[in-house]
Ligand binder design. Structure first.
Ligand code: ISE
Length: 335
């Protein structure tokens, strides 16, 4: 039957997922929404027939019409939601980051291991983006030879008021840690964060942009320009440099216009727009797998590895220098 989904967190991302499950995804319905802000929860629930608004996660997860949980609250709030969902043995799609640091991610890893089966898909949605999928397929053919370097540019038009310098790593570069691990099939062994003079257009005190160098166990380098107040739009690009050639995505040349002696195109203004199709495919894949009784996509191990890399990155940001990444032994549950 139709999968009853409880969406936790009704901010920008959560509200967009409520719309997505209600209007785009097949085989699922939003049967509950949860937010500490009771008014906002009621407003979002009112958009979906039969959807109940909660301020308490436990009451939503215990509801008879809730079969699965979509966590879209803020990163630091993910751990409590994940542990509660695992206690209820409910399937979960958890927005990235799994949690912002290694210790909390490990507690989730241990809780899922104790269940003896996977329950969590982590919302690293770029794995479902058509351009990233094409890049991964190209690398997997081996036609370009061994990847030597990966160059990433991750630009936001403007950062939200609550955004801190460490969130450029734990909330934004979390994506490139997963992209690097997924594209290259290797763990990340060290992180170095360099701090250019901040842009005058960045909020006072925000270290923006930052330049991150990730080293992998196979000796490849993945660099990330993270710039969250670029002003001109939401732009995510990647280029992989291999022994026999390169491949580049994110130029956004979907349509080039020519007019009055000028040519050009448009740039998305935020992640909801740029990655709309990726989110649609990611949530549909989660619903389809859950209805088959399976768990697919990025795992808690991927979420933990990204959290460990980001924690090392925040340490490098704050203390300077190159910080090694220490991971625990990969449990058998994660292949
Ligand atoms: C946000 O949480 C995202 O996931 C976006 O993809 C990223 O571009 C943005 O910087 C993050 O804050």
């Amino acid at each position: 039957g139709t999968l009853g989904v409880a969406v936790i967190g009704t901010g920008k991302m959560g509200a967009d997922h409520v719309r997505r499950v209600h209007e785009v995804t097949s085989g699922a319905r939003v049967s509950a929404v949860v937010d500490l802000d009771a008014d906002r929860a009621k407003q979002v629930a009112a958009r979906v027939d039969g959807c109940t608004a909660h301020t308490d996660m436990a009451s939503a997860m215990a509801a008879s019409d809730v079969d699965a949980v979509l966590i879209a609250s803020s990163g630091p709030a993910h751990e409590s939601a994940l542990l509660l969902a695992l206690e209820h043995d409910l399937p979960v799609l958890c927005e990235k980051p799994l949690t912002p640091d290694a210790a909390s991610a490990l507690r989730v890893l241990q809780a899922e291991q104790a269940l003896g089966h996977r329950r969590v898909q982590v919302g690293f949605m770029r794995r479902f983006d058509a351009e990233y999928v094409k890049l991964k397929s190209c690398l997997d053919t081996g036609q370009l030879g061994r990847p030597l370097m990966l160059h990433n540019r991750h630009r936001n038009a403007a950062s939200p008021p609550f955004f801190t310098s460490s969130m450029l790593i734990s909330d934004s570069v979390a994506h490139e840690t997963d992209v690097t691990r997924w594209l290259l099939g290797q763990e990340i062994t060290a992180v170095t964060v360099l701090r250019p003079t901040p842009s005058a257009n960045a909020p006072d005190g925000l270290q923006d942009p930052q330049f991150v160098v990730l080293e992998t166990e196979g000796g490849a380098l993945s660099d990330v320009e993270i710039f969250v107040n670029c002003g001109f739009g939401y732009q995510v690009q990647a280029e992989v440099v291999c022994e026999r050639g390169t491949a580049r995505i994110g130029d956004g040349h979907a349509m080039v216009t020519s007019m009055a002696g000028r040519w050009g195109g448009t740039i998305a203004q935020d992640f909801v727009e740029r990655f709309a199709d990726a989110y649609d495919r990611e949530v549909q894949a989660w619903v389809d797998a859950t209805r088959r009784g399976e768990v697919t996509g990025p795992s808690v191990w991927d979420g933990y590895a990204a959290a460990a890399v980001c924690e090392a990155g925040v340490r490098s940001l704050n203390d300077g220098g190159r910080v090694p990444v220490e991971l625990v032994e990969r449990p058998a549950l994660y292949g």
